[in-house]
Design a protein around this ligand. Structure first.
Ligand code: ADP
Ligand code: ASP
Ligand code: MG
Length: 470
């Protein structure tokens, strides 16, 4: 059995037209004799809206939450009407109403209590993928595909870290074997929601924003798929975010290590955790465009290919804060760095980049809520300043290993931009620096022009230029 996991992001299931397109892509794969397992995100923007509604309810704004919910209910009804054959519409619409009644009940409860916990937030946002996956399964069935809906929460078993739960690989593998494998053996097409899971006790959890990619990789790893396909709204992994730089080019192949680095440092096209299950089982990952399925996309494989530019892509992570810790009272002494990191550890705050001098340490973090507490604790050991609205630009490529003069080329390209911190990654395949958020567009465009202007057609797809700027 040749299994392929096909994950479709929010834009690939955003309305009836998109779901119809997706059905045709899946039907074409089946016609090639492979057995797909489909993983879908919530319809585009639905997760954001569910979060906004949950927050409103948590503030006591019951009317605000119910108004968002009513709009979402209408959108799902509208899609079902356009997607399904007449006979299937009434029972499916009834099912949609039941889901929204349950959701509204949660909102009323939240508004009455005036408090939103991470656990309830996960329950609320899970409706996005629960609705979309049932809708897609019914839409596929209406188009003659032998689709069966699988509740992802029965397969993706996680711990109880709501909002960013950690999957239990062994249990997931077992559940997939019990619940999904038999369907595949009967030549059925399993369709499940991404992003959501549940604890062993059955409490709903989520894998963190953008987590449907992660689900796809967990399913692919658990079932030993031949390939994991991530279908999205661009032609693959591009030389940078095409929203910042419309002439970004498609990268044909990229290594697991390069892709992981890019995802971790902000390239939204892939969730950072996606790569690990694929690496563990050496399963290639393909990133493809559901609006342009003929395009070859990007293939992520164990070994990197070489290209003319030493870099493969430029990632950007915004909304970061730099914290400067200055040891005015004592020069750095033994254990000083440890005492600083202990503070971040205590507040469970991840640090992205660090640079040190004789008396000062600068660190960057992306969570803002805990800054006052962190700063208060750090002030006990040193003087502290923090400065928000910063961005990290990360240039990734395995070919920079041991090459002379690369840093000079990078900083020459952005000589007009004020650079606050620099790091050449320990992995030796990335070069990162912090700048003001307002300088991001200019910096990325200048770097892109310097390193990707004259593409080697063997590696970069020149045609993608037109597609990316549509
Ligand atoms: P999906 O809903 O399909 O998961 P996302 O919005 O999460 O899609 O990711 C796709 C988006 O990622 C693209 O529309 C693009 O703007 C953005 N992006 C950021 N960096 C890159 C990159 N290097 N290559 C391609 N897309 C990127
Ligand atoms: N719907 C979730 C989100 O928007 C998960 C995903 O789309 O990958 O974060
Ligand atoms: Mg995504």
């Amino acid at each position: 059995m040749k299994l392929v996991v096909m994950k479709f992001g929010g834009t690939s299931v955003e309305d009836a037209v998109a779901i119809d397109r997706t059905a045709r892509i899946v039907a074409a794969r089946r016609a090639q004799g492979v057995l797909p397992i489909v993983v879908v995100s919530a319809m585009a923007k639905v997760t954001d809206q569910l979060i906004a509604a949950a927050n409103a309810a948590g503030r006591g704004d019951r009317a605000g939450a119910l108004a968002i919910s009513a709009r979402l209910r209408h959108r799902h009804h509208d899609t079902a009407r356009k997607l399904l054959v007449d006979r299937d519409v009434p029972p499916f619409s009834e099912w949609i109403d039941k889901q929204f009644e349950a959701l509204d009940e949660i909102f009323r409860g939240l508004a009455a209590v005036g408090e939103l916990t991470a656990r309830t937030s996960d329950m609320v946002v899970s409706y996005g993928e629960r609705l979309s996956s049932s809708m897609v399964a019914s839409g596929f069935a209406a188009r003659g595909l032998d689709a069966v809906h699988v509740d992802a929460r029965q397969c993706i078993v996680t711990d109880a870290q709501y909002g960013k739960a950690i999957p239990n690989d062994a249990l997931i593998e077992k559940r997939l074997e019990e619940l999904v494998l038999p369907l595949l053996k009967e030549q059925k097409l399993p369709v499940m929601g991404g992003f959501i899971g549940s604890t062993e006790e059955g409490v709903t959890t989520t894998l963190g924003r953008g987590g449907s990619d992660f689900t796809a990789a967990l399913v692919g790893g658990g079932l030993n798929a031949s390939v994991i396909e991530i279908w999205t709204d661009v032609n693959g992994i591009m030389t940078t975010d095409p929203r910042i730089c419309p002439d970004a080019l498609r990268v044909k192949t990229i290594s697991f290590e390069e892709a992981a680095e890019l995802a971790y440092f902000g390239a939204k096209v892939l969730h950072p955790a996606t790569i690990l299950p694929a690496v563990q089982k050496n399963i290639p990952v393909a990133v493809l465009n559901s609006r342009n399925p003929e395009n070859e996309g990007t293939r992520i494989t164990a070994l990197a290919s070489h290209c003319r530019s030493p870099f493969k892509s430029i990632a950007v992570k915004k909304k970061l804060t730099i914290i400067d810790v200055v040891a005015s009272r004592m020069l750095m002494s033994h254990g000083y760095l440890k005492s600083i990191f202990d503070v971040f550890d205590k507040h469970k705050c991840a640090v992205d980049m660090v640079s040190t001098s004789e008396v000062s340490v600068s660190l960057t973090v992306d969570s803002n809520e805990k800054l006052p507490e962190i700063s208060a604790d750090l002030s006990k050991i040193a003087d502290v300043k923090y400065d928000g609205r910063k961005a990290l630009v990360c240039m990734v490529g395995e070919d920079i290993r041991g090459q002379n003069g690369i840093a000079a080329q990078v900083f020459q390209a952005i000589r007009h931009v004020n650079v606050r911190m620099i790091s050449q990654g320990a992995s030796e395949i990335n070069m990162s620096f912090m700048i003001e958020e307002d300088d991001v567009e200019e910096a990325v465009r200048s770097l892109h022009a310097a390193f990707f202007r004259d593409p080697d057609p063997a590696v970069f797809d020149v045609e993608a230029r037109a597609a990316a700027s549509q």
